[in-house]
Design a protein around this ligand. Structure first.
Ligand code: ADP
Length: 273
């Protein structure tokens, strides 16, 4: 897959993700957004519970079909808002370098299995061929569990969401080649490479340079009205950067995408603290 339409892979290092500007990524005050997203969480939860109650048969007077339709619409709206609020909250925490946990040795296999379990209904619903291959000889990876989970969650849910029924998603974890590890200026033995390949809709070549920008959504996705916030890959790039890693991808429209995450087994920056 050639990312720039000329056969050369698009390579976007997380370290190059600068504060973004322009129409697709308005400038935001991080503290303000963090405050707003925090304050919106509680009322949104209350709205979700109340709407779920309205939808359930537990009401003394259950709703009639027209009322139920309205309650369903409210629930769709609440879920969309929650998604956005959660993403704004996560990105503002990462932007400020705030973390809920400390780096510890983790099993990438477990992280992938947990994230896969959450996506299983969508994977089965689309009859996707889902394959995970993990090199059993890999040494342990020391990272913040919450951060690596966010990274895997966003990349995997994108692969599933943007791949049509009957397609395939392939997750691989291996020791990188020396050339790949050189992106971090490290020997291959000190790194791990996670890749997620899909046979989905791909990203139009002329928009690939925007992929890690805040609120970016490609034109082919917008045309299909697929749900999303445009913050997932921005969060992923911040997460990868915080782990001292690099991220890049290759994508061809209507053929598929492969995202690569290269991580040091231990982030030198974590050892300073
Ligand atoms: P979203 O909430 O829209 O999925 P992301 O930040 O995760 O936001 O991704 C930004 C955009 O990048 C998506 O809207 C989509 O256009 C494109 N994209 C991301 N991952 C993929 C993928 N695996 N296949 C095709 N397009 C993708």
């Amino acid at each position: 897959m050639g990312g720039d339409g000329n056969g050369a892979p698009a390579s976007v290092e997380s370290t190059n993700v600068a504060p973004t500007t322009g129409a697709s990524s308005p400038s935001l005050d991080v503290d303000y957004m963090s405050y707003v997203s925090h304050e919106l969480s509680a009322p949104l939860t209350a709205m979700r519970w109340s709407t779920a109650l309205l939808q359930s048969a537990k009401m003394t007077k259950p709703l009639d079909p027209d009322q139920l339709k309205l309650a369903d619409e409210i629930m769709v709206g609440v879920n969309r808002m929650s998604l956005l609020v959660d993403d704004i909250h996560e990105s503002s925490w990462l932007e400020r370098g705030k973390f809920a946990d400390q780096p510890s040795p983790i099993s990438l296999a477990d992280v992938i299995a947990n994230v896969q379990a959450k996506q299983q209904a969508a994977i089965d619903g689309k009859k996707l061929v889902f394959t995970v291959t993990i090199d059993p000889t890999l040494p342990p990876l020391t990272v913040r569990p919450s951060t690596i989970t966010l990274v895997v969650q966003n990349l995997l849910s994108n692969a599933v969401k943007y791949t049509p029924a009957g397609g395939s998603v392939t997750v691989q974890v291996r020791i990188p080649t020396e050339a790949e590890a050189a992106k971090l200026g490290k020997p291959a033995a000190g790194c791990v490479l996670l890749s997620l390949a899909d046979t989905g809709m791909g990203i139009p070549a002329d928009q690939q340079q925007l992929v890690f920008s805040r609120f970016f959504r490609a034109s082919n996705v917008r045309e299909q009205d697929l749900e999303g916030t445009g913050l997932g890959l921005y969060i992923v790039s911040l997460g990868v950067k915080s782990m001292g890693g690099a991220i890049w991808f290759q994508s061809v429209e209507q053929q598929g995408s492969t995202f690569y995450v290269l991580l040091p087994l231990k982030n030198a920056a974590d050892e300073v603290h």
